[in-house]
Design a protein around this ligand. Sequence first.
Ligand code: FAD
Length: 620
Amino acid sequence: MANLILDERDQRFVLNEMLEVGKLCESAQYSDFSADMFDMVMTQAQKLAVEEIFPTLKESDEQGCRLENGQVHVPECFHRPYKLFVDGGWNAMSFPSEVGGQGLPSVIRNAATDWFAHNFSFISYPGLAEGAAHLVLNYGTADQKQRYFARMVTGEYGGTMCLTEPSAGTDVGNLSTKAIRQPDGTFRLQGTKLFITVGDSDLVTNVIHPVLARIEGDPAGTGGISIFLVPKYLVNDDGTLGRRNDYEIAKIEEKLGIHGSATCLMNFGDKGECYAELLGEERQGMKIMFQLMNEARIGVGLQGLASASIAYLHALNYAKDRQQGSSLLEMKNPQAPRVPIIQHADVRRMLLWMKSHVDAMRGLMYYASYAIDRELVAADEAERDKWKGLLELLTPICKAYCSDVSFKVTELAVQTYGGYGYCSEYPVGQFLRDEKIASIYEGANGIQALDLIGRKLAMKKGAYFIGLLTEMNSTIARYKGALPELAAEVQEAVNTLGEIAFFFATCGKQGKFLVPIVHAYPFMMLMGKVVCAWILLWQAGIAKGKLDELAQAKGVNPADAAGWTGFVKENKDAAFYAGKQASAKYFVKNVLPEIYSAVRSIKSEDLSVLEIAEESFVTN
Ligand SMILES: Cc1cc2nc3c(=O)[nH]c(=O)nc-3n(C[C@H](O)[C@H](O)[C@H](O)COP(=O)(O)OP(=O)(O)OC[C@H]3O[C@@H](n4cnc5c(N)ncnc54)[C@H](O)[C@@H]3O)c2cc1C
């Protein structure tokens, strides 16, 4: 195994065999690229990740960030990879070439990030800046683009997203940071933001903060929120840096994980001089910030995929090496040789659970990223709308389902290591600690579920949801000849998903609107399982065809069990494709049936969680 970050064979499979991303180059948008170039991007991303970013993972966790005289110092080991990262243009993959970016499709940008995101502390510095730069590019004035964007795209300036306040977490509309209008059209901000990822760093010369605040006199709630650009240092017309703006980094949070990422408490305008410029129109703050939040939600899904991937590969590697116990067949023989733990059924159960989920999540995350590109290159409005709808529906699944499932993968990796997994000398505990935040930020997962059932299912009168079911059904139709049993089970699950969505709609019409709200999270997890089963069927269908071709070319008869086993063990491609089939079969037979217990619970219309009196939760 060349690296323990991700399986590059799987990455190439999803990009080239499942999504056929090379076909994007047939569009005018991506005609400067070719499939070979995309391949080279992956090779270079792998090199940077393996040689420069991965080696900083443990050290940055141990070292953390420091606040000295109001300046944040990131772990020393981040400086070299950050320079290589921005010099290589990795921070600008998603920007058009006309503005200094690489102009790459989102699917390629996110596949490259699959290599980097295992070290989420590191990637949060260029990642947050990239998101903030997108806002400036899309909503900024020409002057803001020239003063801020031009240096954000080179990695010289950093960026953040400042929403959260002590009394405005999930409840963003409750924020109290105020913007005071100035005669020259600028604003002065006053307020406190907390939990601000990479709120400051010594990797960059300046930081541009998009900050949500309410202009004095504007209405309460989300509709009264505007968004402002707050530079750390004011930027003069000639591009030189002016005065230090009036805000301070009051503290870096001590966290469970991602220690290398500076999570900052920031006080704006203690001296009344915190300079801010409006971004876009007044009272459009939430709408504008939503662009960043949607990108960030896919980013959090990628964090989940990357954490799960590195955790799985470490667990696999360990399970092949660690000798413990003897073969099941020699249980009663104390002299029996010790075997690697991968030979034990329960360890294999954990590994296959991890593998099947990582396979599914990689397929799903790349597919959702590809939907962004397909929307962009669509030939007509109907096609554009189709891909937009798929992305809308899949975003909460990517963010919430993937982050919760990934945490479980990291937990199983710890379990696979046994007691060693629980000790900091071994790496898997860090994967678990670093991953936990993914289910909390960018809209806690319970909120994602509410958004899914309350807004997304009903979008365009349910047409987007039906569009997703149609995509799933067409995959099933494609592979039901080759894989009849799996296809039938996935079909039943897809039908069930549609049925439950309809059940929720009926509850709404009957005034039982609390039923979908109470069961939103189980529904989201149900939908995540169905989506993953669909992706795995798709992958297994391709694998079946390739495996048949390979077997035919080698003259192997699938009916000859011994010959087939030897073929799969000796031929790397055959092993890979057989692994895809194993993932799909395991998931469909062992994970997918869980949706039927969720269905039973949802249909019971049980409202226990609301019925129990708060006093009854504990009575002592
Ligand atoms: C490491 C880290 C990095 C962060 N980075 C950033 C950043 O860069 N920028 C930024 O602005 N913020 C950031 N945050 C803040 C993060 O987005 C918030 O923590 C998150 O939005 C939840 O807000 P809260 O912590 O106040 O929890 P609360 O809002 O108090 O929620 C607590 C729990 O109650 C649930 N809950 C709350 N309201 C409802 C409701 N109406 N219905 C159902 N359930 C509800 C939530 O789902 C959650 O489980 C970060 C946080 C951390 C820890």
